[in-house]
Design a protein around this ligand. Structure first.
Ligand SMILES: *[C@@H]1O[C@H](CO)[C@@H](O)[C@H](O)[C@H]1NC(C)=O
Ligand SMILES: *[C@@H]1O[C@H](CO)[C@@H](O)[C@H](O)[C@H]1NC(C)=O
Length: 697
């Protein structure tokens, strides 16, 4: 049974196995100010009035990043996004802006040109499109041969209609990619927004689209992304896979929205007598991202929000990472699922979904499948005899038209999400993935954008077979004013992350090692595969066979093993403080832990005794409170922080208790008596460096 709108899910959370859930808080949380002070990030500063920034393209060859916003197209330097940005101001024509307002649009600032597509055409030219105040327009952009040329302008006379290329409505998501001079776009094709299509235009190929107003093909789709895959040694087999979500046709019982993967052959030319100008190779399948609780109930994350394509050794088999959220407002859950192209292909090679008539259930089609098998590319490995889709038989075209959906669904690798977010106060919106070589192996690190304007860096830690755990290494606020993250792009070459939202663009380094603290133990406990202790500081780790002094232990995060020689003395660096309490009053004992993952225990060596004993104290934020203290509560209190089995002292307080009768004698001098209850200090966001000690008690 599949449940989508879920009051039940809250219950489920209690019964789900912990595996995969990021239940623990981030080890380090940086506010926007902390991030800027760390000098590992830059925010793009722009003097013009604009909004809705989107990173549209990263060009690692020319070291540029292309960003679209309201009325502006930007070309930014990947090394420093503020270094001499190249700017095209491209507003909608003034009369169009006025028409748009008169037509009753514009309440949400729609009557501007929102730049939504930029793709390379060749070495010197790009192709860009915007919404043009509800009248999409496109143009050629000249960018010169090399980035040092510093040119970036619209080729005069090249502005043309962008229908079928850019959306009309700036709130609509779209997908677009140019392959060999041909544009493939997933977009709304009309002003009213009732006709969405997967469109092919430009170049020397005939325009092709999905069947119009046929909800079996597409049903109010929202396009998320795409990837080109060469499927065999035959160029004719090259396919475009498109990821999107759409309204479900399954009626009352199923979820309202489903995630999909569709595919088409790049060399599709449409049919000759039927399906003229339509895809003859369009097929789609459901993408499932779900988790099965201990009670056997399946919880589905049905809304695909963003994808990341990770290339592997085998160019035919990249991995697709998807971020999904639940539907409905009762519970806000997010999940990351990973799909292999081999699994996806198996579904497209499997049975077709079939419906006998209205009111019938979808079944697996058991009749005779025509030849060539629908979805196979003309001239490809399995259909070498037929050169063009125009030569496909009518039986093939009829079948394709009525059976675009595969019967089986695509399940993620290991049949479970790689990561689940149970925290209901925010969701994930976007993703980038890096593969990081560390001293003890290669680790997958996810950078996840949230709807609260932060980026989370999550390391995937392999557990038992097929099981993983997500460790949130850090969470950073990347904009001055919080706004949901729209895109994340990563440049492993530059070691930078680029992030956009409605309010701006920020670049940040993939690591902030020194922020974990300035001891070997802090560096080791952080378990960040980008970082290692180099003998003096927590610094970026670069794999090298000769640097044996570098300490890193991502797998276990065990300072006892990794930091021998760096943490010898028990209480070093912690100085004893004096504090006075009044008999019968309350005392606050301060204890600053370094990480939210640290648990605190207290040791007490009573006045006149030799040994420290563990005591249970009522904890509160930043320390503990002793109420109604007695004379025999005096002594030395040591606060110990324990993280991942590693203990060290975090504070030492010598508490003296003033007898009440002595206080009464001193009433003439009340101002000289310390306040019985001191307020806890404000909680710091950033850990202060602390010298580590190992516990020799
Ligand atoms: C910026 O442009 C928007 C158009 O949406 C306008 O409403 C706003 O007043 C402008 N702000 C400034 C400071 O010019
Ligand atoms: C790139 O394409 C543009 C537009 O089609 C064309 O004018 C230009 O000559 C091309 N440049 C190269 C180097 O092929």
């Amino acid at each position: 049974m599949l449940i989508s709108v879920l009051p039940l899910l809250l219950l489920l959370l209690l019964t789900l196995p912990l595996n995969g859930w990021t239940s623990r808080p981030p080890r380090v949380y940086l506010s926007y100010r902390d991030l800027m002070e760390s000098r590992s990030a830059r925010s793009f500063t722009f003097g013009f009035n604009t909004s809705d920034y989107r990173i549209l393209l990263l060009d690692q060859d020319q070291d540029r990043m292309y960003v679209g916003s309201r009325d502006y197209l930007l070309s930014l330097d990947l090394g420093n996004i503020n270094r001499e940005p190249l700017i095209i101001h491209w507003p909608a024509p003034l009369n169009r802006h006025k028409e748009c307002l008169m037509a009753g649009k514009g309440r949400a600032d729609e009557c501007y040109n929102y730049l939504r597509l930029i793709q390379p055409l060749n070495r010197t030219h790009l192709y860009a499109c915007g919404t043009g105040a509800y009248q999409p327009q496109c143009a050629l952009i000249y960018r010169g041969w090399r980035s040092e040329d510093y040119v970036f302008r619209i080729v005069s006379g090249s502005i043309e209609s962008g229908k079928g290329r850019s959306p009309y409505d700036p709130k609509q998501e779209n997908m677009a990619t140019i392959i060999d001079g041909v544009l493939y776009a997933g977009v709304q094709v009309d002003y009213m927004g009732t006709d969405s299509a997967l469109f092919r235009t430009m170049g020397n190929k005939p325009p092709i689209r999905t069947e119009q107003y046929d909800s079996r093909w597409l049903n109010e789709p929202l396009f998320v992304g795409s990837l080109v895959v060469s499927e065999s040694s035959f160029k004719e087999d090259d396919k475009l896979y498109i990821l999107f979500r759409e309204r479900s046709l399954e009626g009352e019982n199923g979820p309202a929205v489903l995630s999909r993967i569709a595919r088409i052959c790049l060399n599709d030319e449409g049919g000759l007598r039927s399906l003229v100008g339509k895809w003859t190779s369009f097929l789609k399948a459901r993408l499932v991202c779900s988790v099965i609780g201990q009670d056997g109930v399946e919880t589905a994350f049905d809304q695909l929000r963003d994808i990341f394509i990770q290339q592997t050794q085998d160019k035919h088999n990249p991995l697709i990472y998807g971020v999904f959220t639940t539907l409905g407002s009762v519970f806000r859950g997010s999940a990351v699922c990973v799909y292999s192209l081999a699994d996806i292909r198996a579904v497209f090679n499997g049975p077709f979904a079939h419906k006998e008539g209205h009111g019938y259930q979808m079944t697996s089609y058991s009749g005779k499948t025509p030849f060539p098998r629908p979805g196979a590319c003309a001239g490809g490995f399995s259909v070498p005899g037929i050169r063009s889709s125009k030569h496909f038989g009518e039986d093939v075209l009829r079948f394709v038209r009525t059976h675009p959906l595969m019967y089986s669904s695509v399940y993620p690798v290991n049949r479970r999400p790689l990561l689940l977010l149970s925290d209901a106060t925010y969701t994930y919106t976007s993703i980038a993935v890096d593969s990081v070589p560390a001293a003890d192996g290669e680790y997958t690190v996810l950078f996840l954008g949230t709807d609260r304007g932060t980026i989370q860096k999550v390391m995937i830690l392999p557990r038992a077979t097929e099981e993983t755990e997500g460790l949130i290494l850090e969470e950073v606020e990347v904009f001055r004013t919080s706004s949901p993250i729209k895109n994340i792009k990563i440049s492993s070459k530059r070691h930078q992350l680029y992030v956009s939202s409605d309010v701006g663009v920020t670049q940040l380094s993939l690591h902030r090692c020194s922020g974990y603290g300035d001891s070997c133990a802090d560096c080791c406990l952080a378990r960040d595969p980008y970082c290692a202790w180099d003998g003096k500081a927590c610094a970026r780790y670069t794999p090298s066979p000769t640097r044996r002094s570098r300490r890193q232990d991502v797998k276990n995060g065990d300072p006892h093993r990794q930091c021998r020689g760096y943490n010898t003395q028990m209480d070093r660096g912690v100085t004893e403080r004096m504090q006075i309490g009044v008999e019968g009053g309350s005392v606050f004992l301060q204890c600053d832990t370094h990480s939210p993952l640290e648990s605190v225990t207290w040791l007490l060596q009573r006045e006149g005794t030799q040994h420290r004993k563990e005591v249970r104290l009522p904890m509160m934020e930043g320390g503990a409170v002793l109420r109604s203290v007695q004379i025999n509560d005096a002594g030395v209190y040591t606060c110990l922080g324990t993280e991942n089995g590693f203990r060290r002292s975090r504070g030492k307080i010598r508490l003296n208790i003033l007898p009440r009768d002595m206080l009464e004698k001193l009433t003439m001098l009340p101002t000289q008596i310390p306040l019985p209850l001191q307020c806890p200090p404000p909680r710091r966001q950033r850990p202060r460096p602390v010298t580590p000690q190992s516990d020799r008690n």
